[in-house]
Design a protein around this ligand. Sequence first.
Ligand SMILES: Cc1cc2nc3c(=O)[nH]c(=O)nc-3n(C[C@H](O)[C@H](O)[C@H](O)COP(=O)(O)OP(=O)(O)OC[C@H]3O[C@@H](n4cnc5c(N)ncnc54)[C@H](O)[C@@H]3O)c2cc1C
Length: 378
Amino acid sequence: MWDVVVVGAGPAGAAAALAARRAGAPRVLLLDRYDFPRDKACGDGIAAHAVDVLGELGVTGVVDGYAPVPALRLVGPGGGVVARELPRPAYTVPREVFDARLVAAAVAAGAELRRHTVRHLDVRADRVVLDGQVSGRAVVGADGAGSVVRRALGHPVNPDRHLALAIRGYAPARPGPPEQLIVTSAARWPAYAWSFPIGDGRANVGYGEVLRGEPLTRAHLLDRLAALLPETDPAAATGLRAHHLPLSTWRPAPGRGRLVLAGDALSLINPFTGEGIFYALLSGALAGAAAAGSPERAGARYTADLRRRLGRHLRHSSTAAWLARRRPVVDAAVRAARRDPRVYATVVELGLGDGRLDARTLAMIGVGLSAWDRPPRH
Ligand SMILES: Cc1cc2nc3c(=O)[nH]c(=O)nc-3n(C[C@H](O)[C@H](O)[C@H](O)COP(=O)(O)OP(=O)(O)OC[C@H]3O[C@@H](n4cnc5c(N)ncnc54)[C@H](O)[C@@H]3O)c2cc1C
C-alpha cells in the first residue's frame, strides 16, 4: 500500500508529492494521464510567491533561463492605465518546461511517477482504492479543473459566474522593455486579454471571460483577443488552446477523511487575474503534508491548515471580486494605483499572491468613485 497517492502531476500534485516526502511518507505515488513534459493551456505567468513556495519545499532553479519581467501595465475597462514596477518581478515560463521541472524535483525527492488515468475511487475504512489497482492510505486530488477526485467527493463543477474560459497562444512579443500587459474589457465584463513576454522574442497571449450561461466559441475568444491586443494576429499565433478556470469565489470543502483536493480541483484560481499556480503550489504542499502526517484525518487537518494560511486572503479576494463586478470600481482602482504606489502594491498582492484589501485602498477607491460621479463645476 502507498502512504500517499497523488492524482495529477501539475503544480499542485508535484508540490503535494514533494511535501509528502518531506513530511516523511516513505511511499508516495504520483499519477498523471500524460507523460512529461506535457503542455497545459496557461498564461505561463509565474508570480514571485510561487517561487517562494517552491523554495520552502527545497526546489530551486525552476525559472532558470527565463528573464525576470519587472513591470506590469494594467488597462482598466474604461481605458485608464497604470504601469509600474512590480514589487517583485514575475516570470513567464512555458508550462511544458515549468511542470516538467517540478515533476523532476518530486521524483528526485523520492516520489514514484506513473502514467495512469484515474477513473474511479473506492473509499474504504483503512484505505482508498483507485481503479481497483492502487491503494493509498490518503489521496490528494490534484487533477485540475475536471477533477475525478472532486466528483468522488460529491462536489459538482463550479457554476456559471464562478467559472471562466480562456484561450492562450504564442505570438511575437511587443517591442519595448519587458512588462506584463493586462487589458481589461468593458465589453463582456469581467473579461481581459494578456501578453506576457517569455524573453525569447515570443509572448504568451490570451483572452478569457467569466461564463454567464451561454457557450463561448473559439472564434469568439479569438475575436476578443484581436480586439483587445490589436498588435496580435491570432491567426499567426501558435499553440492556441482553451481551458476552464474554476474561480475561488466558489469552492467545495477542501477534503473529507482520507481524501483532499488541491489547486484547480479545489477551485483555487484568483478571480481577478486568473492566477492559480501560486495557490496550486501552496495548497498542494499543505495537502501533501496533511496526507502524510495524518492519513485517516487528512481532510480535517488540511481544512484547518488551509484556512489558517489562505482563509483571510480568500475572503478578501472574493469580496474584492464582488466589488469589481461593477466596472467603475475597477477604473477607480486603476486611477488610485496610478496615484499611489501603496495602493498599486495592495492590488498586485491581492491578484498575484495572498494579499488583503486594506482601508487605504478602499478609501482611495471610494474617493475616486465619488469624484468621478460628481458632475463637473462650471
Ligand atoms: C488560459 C489560461 C491561462 C492561465 N494563466 C495563468 C497564469 O499566467 N498564471 C497562473 O498562475 N495561473 C494561470 N492559469 C491557471 C493555472 O493554469 C492553473 O491554476 C494551474 O495549472 C493549476 O494547477 P493544478 O496542478 O491544480 O492543475 P493542472 O495544472 O491542470 O494539472 C492537473 C494535472 O492532472 C492531470 N489529470 C487530470 N485528470 C486526471 C486523471 N483522471 N488521472 C490522472 N491525471 C489526471 C492532468 O494531466 C494534469 O497534468 C491559467 C489558466 C488558463 C486556462
